[in-house]
Design a protein around this ligand. Structure first.
Ligand code: AOF
Ligand code: ZN
Length: 331
């Protein structure tokens, strides 16, 4: 039995659902007996049944339970959340052997699922392809380890570093393909944060428009509610929240308390600069078009100075059509 290969299969099952499970982790499970995989399952959507349950329920009842080995990427839960504890399902199914990829960092689970399974006499192995599982759940592990969500800032700029025209009105900066890439990036996040100026100037919807199923991120406006014009596109559906607090650390804490793992900031230079000055940015993504505004405009230049001066490292740089996408990490 090649346990790494089987765990890699379980990871593969899990990541198919990465746009729908968040802010829950992606989890995959499979059952192995007599040299082959006899059942598989995944956590498919937020609030839905867990991977182990989906996997166990599909297995042929004629297979002898004592022969089964259960592989799961994440430690099975031992608490009642939106669904009953997976440990109980595993124990009552008669499975005697289980291989777990990584311990669940969620304090409601962490170690307790493993203990419960061991106490029930199940042979438990822990720690297979841990790094792969952590990286496929990067924001989930980050949130639990740092007690706050992961923050990404995204900007778009012309070759001469402008974000908007001199009156703050939006200009077409990047190509359609880059815009689609932004939607894919939004789709991976739990929360999109923006400011009142962006809302007034651009009237953006700030939702995810892609041709696959996603769990739409919550859109958060940082503003005093009194100024909000509810006719704007941002308020078209109920996935929004307004936070009226100038202290960005508190804003992040409020978002953390709602159990979100990741925040994407899409805002104007002022708000972006505040996040950077307060050292509240883990990743900075810039899309740069090859075109110049050529005129006076509103610039990102002081923001870009902060990126260069602080501890940000360029981690990737590639072209999308004629634009350049650069990703910096604050390590
Ligand atoms: C598992 N298997 O497939 C997943 C687990 O609200 P609930 O009931 O969906 O519980 C969510 C928590 O359960 C989540 O934060 C994480 O700790 C664990 N996720 N556990 O045994 C799974 N998705
Ligand atoms: Zn569970």
């Amino acid at each position: 039995m090649d346990i790494k290969k089987l765990m890699a299969e379980a990871i593969q099952l899990s990541i198919e659902h990465k746009y729908k499970t968040k802010p829950n982790p992606v989890v995959g499970a499979l059952l192995y007996a007599s040299g082959k995989i006899v059942s598989s399952g995944a956590h498919e959507y937020f609030g839905g049944p867990h991977a182990e349950v989906n996997c166990i329920e599909k297995v042929d009842p004629d297979i002898k339970k004592g022969e089964l080995t259960l592989f799961c990427t994440l430690e099975p839960c031992n608490h009642t959340g939106k669904t009953p504890p997976c440990t109980e399902k595993i124990i009552s199914s008669g499975i005697k052997k289980i291989v777990i990829g990584v311990v669940d960092p969620n304090p409601l689970v962490s170690g307790q699922g493993i203990k419960k399974l061991k106490d029930a006499g199940i042979d438990v192995t822990v720690g297979v392809l841990e790094e792969e599982i952590k990286s496929s759940n990067e924001f989930y592990f980050f949130k639990h380890e740092n007690k706050r969500p992961f923050v990404t800032i995204k900007i778009a700029q012309t070759l001469d570093n402008y974000a908007a025209d001199i009156n703050g009105k939006p200009i077409k900066i990047t190509s359609e393909k880059s815009n689609q890439d932004v939607h894919n990036t939004r789709a991976l996040h739990d929360v999109i944060v923006t400011g009142g100026n962006t809302l007034r100037n651009d009237d953006p919807t700030m939702n995810v428009r892609v041709d696959f199923n996603v769990n739409q991120p919550k859109r958060i406006l940082l503003s005093s509610e009194i100024n909000a014009d509810f006719k704007l596109n941002f308020f078209k559906d109920e996935h929004f929240q307004i936070i009226d607090d100038a202290d960005l650390k508190k804003v992040i804490q409020i978002i953390y308390e709602q159990n979100f793992n990741s925040i994407l900031v899409e805002a104007g230079p002022k708000l972006v600069e505040s996040f950077l000055k307060d050292d509240l940015c883990d990743r900075f993504i810039s899309y740069q078009s090859p075109n110049r505004l050529g005129d006076e405009g509103i610039s990102w230049s002081s923001v870009l100075n902060i990126i260069e001066k602080n501890r940000f490292n360029l981690t990737s740089s590639y072209t999308i059509d004629r634009d350049i996408k650069r990703v910096f990490r604050n390590d």
